[in-house]
Design a protein around this ligand. Structure first.
Ligand SMILES: [Zn+2]
Ligand SMILES: [Zn+2]
Ligand SMILES: [Zn+2]
Length: 168
């Protein structure tokens, strides 16, 4: 929980300076992602590592053009089609997610947790909190079964105020 709280705090305070954040990405988490990538039979290419590093470092939804701009500012160039393909791959492996409301991409922040990964998004400060709840998924499956529908995946996003903004 501490890690998530720390993450939330950081996002809440870096909203307007997203691209000038200090270099603070968690190398261990990037390494974990690379391990998962390789375990699924994908090469840990330099472009894939670069995209993972940017997602890990800038903890807010980014478009492929945002990622391209951040890399360019560091003297690294990736074609935006390449970035799109990498994001597609990362999303298919649950290493990154595409936000429903903004369409931006974020790196997955959860360890192996059962249930679909979803987000709570603060409309005031932009803080994002990822969560997964197996029981919520089961309830939704039961709800859909009443309509004869077989659910394979749930996509949802909560919109509202984070605990810090709600208190103000
Ligand atoms: Zn996730
Ligand atoms: Zn907030
Ligand atoms: Zn689910």
């Amino acid at each position: 929980m501490t890690r998530i709280a720390g993450r939330l705090f950081l996002i809440a305070n870096c909203n307007s300076v997203a691209f000038s954040l200090p270099f603070r990405y968690n190398t261990a988490m990037v390494r974990d992602s690379i391990r998962i990538l390789q375990a699924q039979g994908h090469k840990a290419t330099r472009p894939r590592k670069l995209v993972l590093e940017v997602l890990e470092e800038i903890e807010k939804p980014l478009s492929p053009y945002d990622i391209q701009g951040i890399l360019r500012a560091r003297g690294k160039y990736l074609n935006h089609v390449t970035i799109y393909r990498i994001l597609d791959l990362l999303c298919s492996l649950n290493l990154a997610h595409k936000m429903l409301s903004s369409g931006g991409f974020v790196k997955c922040s959860l360890d192996a947790i059962e249930g679909c990964h979803r987000f709570m998004v603060c409309q005031h400060c932009g803080a994002i909190r990822e969560f997964a709840d197996k029981e919520l998924c089961q309830e939704e499956n039961a709800f859909a079964r009443n309509f004869g529908f077989h659910t394979e995946h749930h996509l949802s996003e909560f919109s509202g105020l984070c605990s810090q903004c709600y208190r103000k």
